[in-house]
Design a protein around this ligand. Structure first.
Ligand code: GLU
Length: 310
């Protein structure tokens, strides 16, 4: 069997493994524009470092990438400010829900890591670099288009507005961080940029393609373009592994064993170092706010391939 036929078969088998569970979990209803999404959907796409691809189910259906965007803004910010970023945000798992505020007071406004909301707001502040929110959002959008090699990616303005209308918790986090002097820009600018980055609309094929550089030491294996240096790529993977699923990061490492980042839109981007990038999407979430069926699919994939980093 050719490598590409074997990959198609793998994707079909994973789909089959989770078929009976599709529809389980609850869609994120705290963002009204996401509450309307039908949970009975599932898509998966894989891009390997040697250029093969496979995709199944609703793999070309667009969704809101939400917190998966934090991986890309972290990459951008590390490229821009380098290690100085670690003065402003930590790299320890929080053991808390994605939007928790409790640690911030004890830790003087330095968020635990860049993949919880508080940390992502600080990262977004670093990306703003004195510019207007629309300029930073345009930069993030252009970055994702380049990484995924697809100019069709857009920001879903309805989702961004829906988050802005109801984002009281994120506004609280941003104000609290600002009170400790750990946001440079006005809170409204940080929030506007953050809500728009979360509202990026992509599909599994685009998302897996965009994450491929993380499986290949920071270089896009298909274009040979260096996105970040090898050390930064290793570190981003390490943070995804330890912090990418909020207070369920340990469970994800236990079950799947791959660096991954989830979003409340139901997507998960997982990285199999030196092998492939995988994107799954299924909108029903588990109690920790991670895609229930998406996690099961990645568990099946790592079991079938042995791609776990452990
Ligand atoms: N935009 C969401 C929020 O800030 C992202 C949360 C997530 O995907 O985990 O609440």
């Amino acid at each position: 069997m050719s490598a590409s036929a074997a990959l198609d078969r793998l994707a079909a088998e994973v789909h089959h493994d989770v078929q009976a569970r599709i529809g389980e979990g609850r869609v994120a209803d705290y963002i009204p524009a996401l509450a309307r999404i039908d949970p009975r959907q599932f898509g998966l796409a894989l891009h390997t470092c040697s250029g093969e691809t496979a995709a199944v189910g609703a793999c070309r259906q667009g969704f809101s990438i939400q917190s998966v965007s934090k991986v890309f803004t972290l990459t951008l910010a590390l490229g821009r400010v380098g290690d100085a970023l670690w003065q402003r945000v930590g790299r320890e798992p929080s053991g808390s829900p994605f939007n928790s505020i409790v640690q911030l007071e004890r830790e003087q406004g330095i968020p635990r890591n860049p993949l919880i909301n508080a940390g992502a707001l600080v990262v977004t502040d670093a990306i703003l670099a004195g510019r207007a929110p629309q300029v930073a959002v345009a930069e993030i959008l252009a970055y994702l288009r380049e990484l995924s090699d697809d100019m069709h990616i857009k920001v879903d303005r309805e989702v961004a507005q829906s988050e802005a209308d109801t984002g009281f918790r994120n506004a609280s986090l941003a104000n609290f961080i600002k009170s400790f002097g750990n946001l440079v820009h006005p809170v409204e600018h940080v929030l506007e940029t953050y809500f728009n980055q979360c509202a990026l609309r992509m599909n599994c094929v685009q998302l897996a393609r965009a994450g491929l550089f993380l499986a290949h030491g920071g270089v896009d294996p298909l274009t040979s373009h260096r996105v970040v240096d090898a050390q930064a790529a290793r570190r981003i993977n390490a943070i995804m592994m330890t912090c990418g699923h909020y207070d369920a990061s340990g469970d994800f490492a236990f079950r799947v064993g791959l660096p991954g980042k989830s979003g409340v839109g139901g997507a998960i981007l997982a990285i199999a170092p030196r092998q492939a990038a995988v994107a799954v999407w299924s909108p029903g979430l588990n109690a920790a706010g991670n895609s229930l069926v998406g996690s099961l699919a990645l568990e099946s994939l790592s079991r079938r391939t042995g791609w776990s980093v452990f």
